[in-house]
Design a protein around this ligand. Structure first.
Ligand SMILES: [Zn+2]
Ligand SMILES: [Zn+2]
Length: 308
């Protein structure tokens, strides 16, 4: 909680007495608007440097959903001087897709950067249709097609890096779920940088050390207009339950989430990747030529079922 009349920690060191508007318990910082924005942006820059995500010469494509995380990420990276274009996939999920697309388009105009838009209905089918035909949960089909088209588009248009807006809460919820199941294959790959390999573009998560709340505050203070409700299909996902549980822990013990995540990266991730066991070999899909673990990739299989 922010104490009444609390002064900004950074302003104080400069002999100024600006009032703090944000308190960050796990960092023990109380900050004014200006210093909160610069704290946030420096933290993203530090994460980019720590994990050697990309340089200012590289062409970066950011996955834009119209939500606060992806728009905040696009905003920060552009302000930090990186060359970043946006990529929006119209999933065809009724009002949600209409609203989120509008936010993405308006934001691109505001920061004056190109936004590429891909319509899923012309490529394969909308998510509601895919859910119906494939008999798979919507989020699973959605994840598959998003990864596929994002990667393909980036390659075809000579982007070198794909950046996504996954934040600390997302990463911690996934890590928690993977740990509960001891899903070693997933744990081995849970890192904020996935290197380029056999047909896959490098993927990075520059917001991995920033909480959802911190992004929300940043977006608010930076006047970013984003879509405030979740995709209707996300309801009831187990990751949301994990997030609620982890939020309770965090409230009692500030810093728990960050510690769980950073200690995993520091202590556990290297152990899991010690033995270089042969992972499942990637081959090229017989139909589209994209990397796949099977003869026909999952998107082409979905296409067969849809009949396109
Ligand atoms: Zn200040
Ligand atoms: Zn394919």
């Amino acid at each position: 909680m922010l104490k009444k009349q609390a002064k900004c920690t950074i302003c104080k060191t400069k002999g100024l007495k600006n009032k703090a508007i944000v308190y960050l318990p796990q960092h023990r910082l109380a900050l004014c608007k200006e210093h909160y924005i610069s704290w946030f942006e420096k933290r993203v820059q530090k994460t980019i440097d720590e994990f050697k995500m990309f340089s200012k010469n590289e062409k970066i494509l950011v996955a834009v959903s119209g939500g606060k995380d992806s728009l905040a990420l696009w905003n920060v990276l552009t302000k930090l001087g990186y060359k970043v274009d946006g990529f929006y996939i119209n999933l065809g999920i009724g009002e949600y897709s209409q609203d989120s697309k509008e936010k993405a388009v308006n934001f691109a105009r505001k920061i004056n950067r190109p936004l590429h838009i891909l319509d899923l209905s012309t490529e394969i089918a909308t998510i509601p249709k895919l859910k119906e035909i494939s008999n798979r949960p919507a989020c699973s089909a959605c994840g598959t097609v998003k990864r596929y088209y994002m990667n393909k588009f980036a390659k075809d248009n000579s982007y070198e890096v794909i950046a996504t807006g996954h934040n600390l809460d997302d990463e911690v919820a996934v890590l928690f779920g993977n740990t509960l199941r001891w899903d070693i294959d997933y744990l081995k790959r849970q890192y904020p940088v996935l290197k380029e390999e056999e047909g896959f573009i490098k993927k990075v998560k520059p917001l991995c050390k920033i909480t959802e709340k911190e992004t929300a505050i940043y977006s608010f203070l930076s006047d970013i207009d984003y879509i405030e409700y979740e995709c209707p299909f996300a309801e009831g996902a187990s990751s949301i339950e994990y997030k609620e549980f982890l939020a309770k822990l965090e409230e009692k013990h500030p810093g728990t989430k960050l510690q769980f995540y950073t200690n995993f990266l520091k202590r556990m991730y290297p152990i899991l990747n010690e033995e270089k066991k042969e992972d499942k070999k990637l081959i090229k899909c017989k139909i589209c030529g994209e990397p796949s673990t099977n003869e026909i990739c999952s998107v082409c299989r979905l296409k067969q079922r849809v009949g396109v």
